[in-house]
Design a protein around this ligand. Structure first.
Ligand code: FNR
Length: 364
């Protein structure tokens, strides 16, 4: 179908399921085990209802914000997703260009199929990138990766903390991955019998722990954000250990199945940090299952600074390249603008917790 026929993010998913190779579709779409968390990421948003206000002048809508102090036209960033070239011959740079044209931030994955140089060189003027880190058990390699990301212009370090071991994504494992991009890992680290995810992840440091944060602080001046926080307890520790932000995320349902959705955890974390006077110490982001503008409004209402989005943009990229990603982002922006008008909010700061009803959120 023509790109103009894509009216929402689900339309791109339907096209991608047809055009991607079976291997790529399995890698992108899969979740861990029974994929209950994968489905829950989406379903949880449907248990939040709106309490819109009326009789407010909503002529002028402003969706812009700052993420870690960097301008974003919209409270959304492109999260890290590995292996972009499985979906598009040019890989992650397609997302980089689309991010620039929409003035939003891209988080570059450690397991990008484009080099940091390619991505850095594809940037537009003043374009901000963040970097997602999988910690290599070899500290020299980790240090090198972090410092070169910083040298090449990345402005924040998102350390993925929910993946000491990759989850079992059986759809992907059945594919017997054979095409790991050679640049991502040493051949000796590859385990080609168990799907794309496992083939490229055997270097990850299973000993990563809170005490390592001091070392990270010593090797970089980028702000540090922990990606994959799932409880108030860990949110408090993240603040105590001096992190600048946290991403409430279950890795798109690809890690521990039956872990809760980021949006469900958000109220517990916001209230708990507020009670302890810690809320102003960190920015809170949510990812997983964001598919509609209203999902974004719900996260903002409940206290998220921004949301991350993964699969929908991979699907748009795989189906229609850069123009597809740009259209997907525009559809989301249009949905958010409509939602703000109908909620009675002119700016993101006007989207208040009282505008959502979360009575049903934790009943499932
Ligand atoms: C991911 N995700 C991920 N996260 C990370 O920290 N490093 C990575 O390399 C990857 N790779 C990756 C690949 C693919 C194909 C997917 C779908 C996801 C997780 C990602 O950053 C994010 O947490 C989820 O994708 C968000 O959920 P949605 O938007 O895909 O529902």
């Amino acid at each position: 179908p023509a790109l103009s026929e894509m009216l929402n993010l689900y339309d791109f998913e339907a096209v991608a399921s047809q055009v991607l190779t079976p291997e790529a579709w399995a890698y992108y779409s899969s979740g861990a085990d029974d994929e209950i968390t994968l489905r829950e990421n989406h379903n949880a948003f449907q248990r939040i209802w709106f309490r819109p206000r009326v009789m407010i002048d909503v002529t002028h809508i402003n969706m812009s914000t700052k993420i870690l102090g960097y301008n974003s036209s919209f409270p959304l960033y492109i999260t890290a997703t590995a292996l972009g070239k499985l979906g598009h011959p040019e890989g992650e740079v397609v997302l980089t260009r689309a991010a620039y044209s929409h003035e939003i931030i891209q988080m570059v994955p450690t397991l990008s199929s484009c080099s940091m140089d390619d991505i850095s060189n594809s940037r537009g003027k003043g374009q901000i990138l963040f970097f997602q880190l999988y910690v290599n058990r070899n500290k020299d390699i980790t240090k090198n990766v972090v410092q070169s990301a910083e040298a090449k212009g990345c402005k924040a370090l998102f350390i993925t903390v929910d993946a000491p071991q990759l989850g079992r994504r059986e759809k992907d494992m059945r594919m017997k991955f054979v095409n790991a991009p050679p640049e991502v890992q040493d051949e000796k680290d590859l385990n080609r019998d168990q799907g794309a995810a496992r083939a490229i992840s055997s270097f990850i440091d299973t000993s990563l722990n809170w005490n390592d944060l001091k070392w990270f602080r010593s090797i970089t001046s980028m702000p540090i954000v922990l990606k994959g926080i799932q409880t108030l307890e860990d949110a408090i520790l993240a603040v105590e250990y001096g992190c600048d932000g946290i991403v409430l995320s279950n890795h798109g349902g690809r890690q521990l199945d039956l872990s809760r959705s980021g949006i469900e955890i958000l109220p517990e974390v916001v209230e708990g940090l507020k009670k302890r006077g810690l809320l102003n110490k960190v920015e809170i982001y949510v990812d997983g299952g964001i598919r509609r503008g209203t999902d974004i409004l719900k996260a903002i209402a409940l206290g998220a600074k921004a949301v991350g989005i993964g699969r929908p943009l991979l699907y748009a990229m795989s189906s229609y390249g850069q123009a597809g990603v740009e259209r997907a982002l525009q559809l989301l922006k249009d949905e958010v603008a409509i939602g703000m008008r109908l909620l009675g909010a002119n700016t993101l700061a006007d989207i208040k917790p009282e505008m959502v009803d979360i009575k049903d959120l934790t009943t499932h």
